[in-house]
Design a protein around this ligand. Structure first.
Ligand code: 9GS
Length: 276
C-alpha cells in the first residue's frame, strides 16, 4: 500500500528510519503506537460518554453556574482545563520522537499545543443534537459558561466542536491528528526546529497513511483548515486571558494552577510581576 511513496521524490520514510532506527520499522508501527497512547490518555472512553450523552444540567445547576462571579467561574474552568491538559501531556510523552526532543522544545510544543489538543479532543464529548459539551460530569450548553463573560470565545469553541464532529473522524484518525497538532514545527521559540520538523513529517506520513487506508485522502485538506481555526481560537483565548489577568490580577496570579505559570505565562506577557 505504499504506492503513495511513489508520489514523493524523496522518501520521508528514510526520516522515520533515521529517527527511530530500531523501534519503528514501518509506518504501521508509528501509527499503532500513537493510537495506543491516544487510547490510554483520552480521559474518557467513548462508551462512557455515550452512556452519559443525555445527562444535562438542571435549571438549578445552571443557575448555580451562572451566579458564580467571573473569577470564580474562570478558576472553576481552569481546574477542569488543567486536568484535561495533564492527559494531553501524557499523550505527548508517548508520541514516538517527542521525548527525543529537548526539554525546552517539549515545553514549547506543549505551551501552545496542549490547549489545541484539548479542543480537538472535545469533539469526542460533544453532543451535536442538543449542542452540549461534557463538562463537570454532565453535558453543558453555552449558557452554563455565561459568567465567564466571554460568550464569543465559548461560541467559537462550540462552533469548532461542531466542525470537528462533522468530519466524523475515527479514534485512529483523531489520534494521528492530535499528534500532528502537537508536533508543529512552526511553534515560537523552538531550539531545534529541524528535529521537530522531522518528527512532524513522520506523523504527517502516518496521518496520510491512515487516511489513504480509510480511502479518505480528501480529509487531509479539511484537517489543515481545522488547524487554522484552532490557532485563531487559541489566540482569542489568550486575548481573553490577558483581559482576565489585567481585570483580576490576583486571581490570575494565585488561582490558576501551577501548570499555568509553566505553560502559559511568560514574565512580560501575561502575569505582571509573576514569580517563577
Ligand atoms: C492549561 C492549564 S493552565 O495553564 O493552568 C490554564 C490556562 C488557561 C486557563 C483559562 N482558560 C480556561 O479555563 N478555559 C479556556 C477554554 C475555553 C476556550 C478554550 C478552552 C476552556 N474550556 C473548558 C472546557 C472543558 O475543559 C476540559 N471541557 C469542556 N468544555 C469546556 C468549555 C466549553 C469550553 C474549560 C476551561 C477552559 C486555565 C488554566
Amino acid at each position: 500500500p505504499h504506492d503513495l511513496m511513489a508520489l514523493h521524490p524523496y522518501n520521508p520514510l528514510d526520516d522515520l528510519y533515521n529517527l527511530y532506527p530500531h523501534s519503528l520499522r514501518n509506518i504501521d508501527e508509528l501509527c499503532a503506537s500513537i493510537v495506543r497512547s491516544h487510547r490510554e490518555t483520552s480521559q474518557y472512553r467513548l462508551e462512557e460518554l455515550q452512556a452519559l450523552r443525555w445527562k444535562v444540567f438542571s435549571r438549578e445547576e445552571i443557575q448555580a453556574y451562572q451566579s458564580k462571579t467571573v473569577d470564580e467561574m474562570w478558576q472553576h474552568c481552569a481546574v477542569r482545563l488543567t486536568d484535561a491538559v495533564q492527559y494531553v501531556v501524557e499523550f505527548a510523552k508517548h508520541v514516538p520522537g517527542f521525548r527525543m526532543l529537548s526539554q525546552n522544545d517539549q515545553i514549547a510544543l506543549l505551551k501552545t499545543g496542549s490547549m489545541e489538543v484539548v479542543l480537538v479532543r472535545m469533539c469526542r464529548f460533544f453532543n451535536t443534537v442538543n449542542n452540549t459539551v461534557f463538562f463537570d460530569g454532565k453535558f453543558a450548553g453555552t449558557e452554563v459558561f455565561k459568567s465567564l463573560a466571554c460568550n464569543d470565545l465559548i461560541a467559537a469553541v462550540f462552533d469548532f466542536a461542531h466542525g470537528m464532529c462533522a468530519l466524523k473522524l475515527t479514534e485512529q484518525q483523531l489520534a494521528l491528528f492530535s499528534a500532528l497538532v502537537l508536533l508543529n514545527a512552526d511553534r515560537p521559540s523552538l531550539e531545534d526546529r529541524g528535529r521537530v520538523q522531522r518528527v512532524q513529517r513522520s506523523v504527517e506520513l502516518g496521518l496520510t497513511h491512515i487516511l489513504h487506508r480509510d480511502n479518505q485522502d480528501s480529509l487531509m485538506h479539511k484537517l489543515h483548515q481545522r488547524m487554522a481555526v484552532l490557532r485563531s481560537l487559541c489566540s482569542l483565548h489568550m486575548e481573553k486571558l490577558r483581559w482576565f489577568s489585567q481585570r483580576y490580577p490576583l486571581a490570575a496570579h494565585s488561582l490558576f494552577p501551577p501548570l499555568y505559570k509553566e505553560l502559559f505565562a511568560s514574565e512580560a506577557e501575561l502575569l505582571p510581576g509573576a514569580t517563577h
